[in-house]
Design a protein around this ligand. Structure first.
Ligand SMILES: [Zn+2]
Length: 501
């Protein structure tokens, strides 16, 4: 019978199977699967493998290797387990013990998570030296494969190999003993990320334990915001929290983890983690918030705190007594809006608005939307009334400008544009017959306009005791021999230039 070697501390099961192949001198991947699992269809999975019960059986003679122990000490499962609901944790353990077929990755949110799992082989040269010193060989350490992080638990930068473990569907690749390319450029590591890495390794080494519920996480984060005085009323103060997080993790570090967020976006992950939990967050998201809000205590202690929270949310208790009040508050709001605009009503009776917003939000939104529609709807226009008022205004305008010799030409268009509803009136002149007639009668023709300007020019010259010369008048009025109309020219010669004689 095949002998599976006893796993080294933190050694991945994947690595154990790879070593089995070497120890037993089995070169064919399919044969190795046959020998270890009695099943040639097993897919070699590095992070969250299945068929672990089989490995446990192989190790029975070594004692103390239950499937659960192997899952918790030799896979990446503990990195996900504390943050998913208990029912999922239980099912995932079952699947990993037996047949999984990728379902575990789905259940634990690995596939959907923003923090991507490590699909490439990675290693830490410095840890490898220690492995050789202590055990005489190298092996894949699970701490090199924590999603999102590029740093080893020993603070060294992890080295990515070009090969993906997923390329080998059924084969188990042995950890190399030496690394070819030593001249790897090490990236800059933020101090915040080093601490995060150390916490992440704490998560990975957690013992098997029951998971907290979503409601417990919700209460925990509500309390966390309150303890840090980062609340506004009953709600978390998201701006302050974002500030704290960004001061701990600069946005370039967040980008590296694929956890950058738009502070203004109402559904960014940092805001949702402080609201009612409806889905699981990744370990890194939790750890970053704890770090940013300077939470004391180890990871295990913090998770213990979470599990002490009340399992039933407070809001569900409130709901009962609100039923009778709904009618009262609705009536109050309706009566307010009979005399006030929505904004004014909110200012006047903020309490009523807030109550409805909290307890009867959909009704409030619908009712307000209906109000707005009514207000913005078009009233029918009284055209006769508009005709009269616009005509009156038009005559006033002409009277104002008539004595102002410097104003531009009071053309039909100019006058319409200087009336209320100008643009729409221009299109509807057939509905405004009095105005139309008024415009035809009193608007200035080009000749009228030129005469007005010539008069103005003459007036200015006389005031300055200048001679009323023909050329001077034209220039001052902005006219030329070519542009001046015959009538205006007659006016110039017959009326103005006669004045000087
Ligand atoms: Zn290391």
């Amino acid at each position: 019978m095949t002998s599976v070697p006893v796993p080294y501390p933190n050694e991945l099961i994947y690595s154990v199977i790879a070593r089995t192949g070497v120890n037993e001198a089995i070169s064919s991947p399919k044969q190795l699967l046959d020998e270890v699992f009695g099943n040639r269809k097993v897919i070699s999975t590095l992070d969250l493998p299945s068929h672990i019960e089989k490995i446990s059986q192989h190790l029975a003679r070594a004692g103390q290797y239950s499937a659960e122990k192997l899952i918790y000490q030799h896979t990446l499962f503990p990195f996900y387990a504390p943050f998913v609901p208990e029912s999922i944790r239980q099912r995932a353990i079952k699947l990993m013990s037996g047949f999984s077929n990728g379902a575990v990755h789905m259940m634990l949110g690995v596939a959907a998570s923003r923090v991507k799992a490590v699909n490439y082989f990675r290693l830490c040269p410095s840890c490898m030296e220690n492995q050789i010193r202590d055990y005489g060989e190298t092996f894949w350490d699970r701490r090199w494969f924590i999603p999102g992080l590029n740093t080893c638990v020993c603070s060294a930068c992890l080295k990515n190999l070009p090969e993906s473990w997923q390329e080998h569907r059924h084969a188990y690749v042995l950890c190399p003993t030496t690394i070819k390319n030593e001249s790897e450029v090490t990236g800059k590591v933020y101090p915040g990320l080093l601490k995060l890495c150390s916490s992440a390794n704490e998560v990975l080494s957690l013992q098997a334990m029951e998971s907290a519920s979503f409601d417990q996480w919700t209460s925990f984060y509500q309390a966390l915001a309150a303890d840090n005085a980062m609340t506004r009323g009953r709600y978390a103060d998201h701006e302050q929290i974002a500030e704290a997080l960004l001061s701990c993790f600069p946005s370039s570090a967040l980008q590296e983890l694929n956890l950058d967020f738009d502070v203004k976006n109402d559904t960014n992950w940092l805001k949702t983690i402080f609201r009612k939990h409806r889905k699981s967050f990744s370990a890194l998201q939790h750890l970053m918030v704890w770090q940013a809000l300077k939470l004391k205590g180890t990871v295990a202690e913090t998770i213990h705190e979470v599990k002490k929270k009340r399992a039933v949310p407070i809001r569900r208790l409130v709901k009962q007594k609100t039923k009778g009040q709904v009618d009262i508050y609705r009536a109050k709001w309706q009566s307010l809006l009979r005399r006030l605009e929505i904004k004014e009503a909110r200012r006047a009776e903020g309490g009523v608005y807030a109550w409805l917003y909290r307890h009867d939000r959909q009704w409030l939104i619908d009712f307000n939307a209906g109000r707005r529609r009514k207000r913005n709807g078009h009233k029918p226009i009284n055209w006769h009334y508009r005709d009269l008022t616009l005509t009156r205004r038009c005559l006033e305008l002409i009277a104002e400008k008539d004595s102002d010799l410097s104003s531009p030409r009071l053309s039909k268009l100019w006058l319409i544009n200087h009336l209320p509803h100008g643009r729409s009136s221009a299109k509807k002149l057939t509905k405004l017959p009095i105005l139309d007639h008024c415009l035809d009668t009193y608007s200035e023709s080009i000749t009228d306009y030129q005469i007005r300007r010539l008069t103005y020019a003459a007036y200015q010259l006389l005031r300055q005791h200048e001679e009323l010369a023909h050329w001077r008048l034209l220039r001052l009025a902005g006219l030329s021999i070519e542009r001046i109309t015959d009538e205006a020219n007659d006016f110039l010669r017959e009326v103005i230039l006669r004045v000087r004689h």
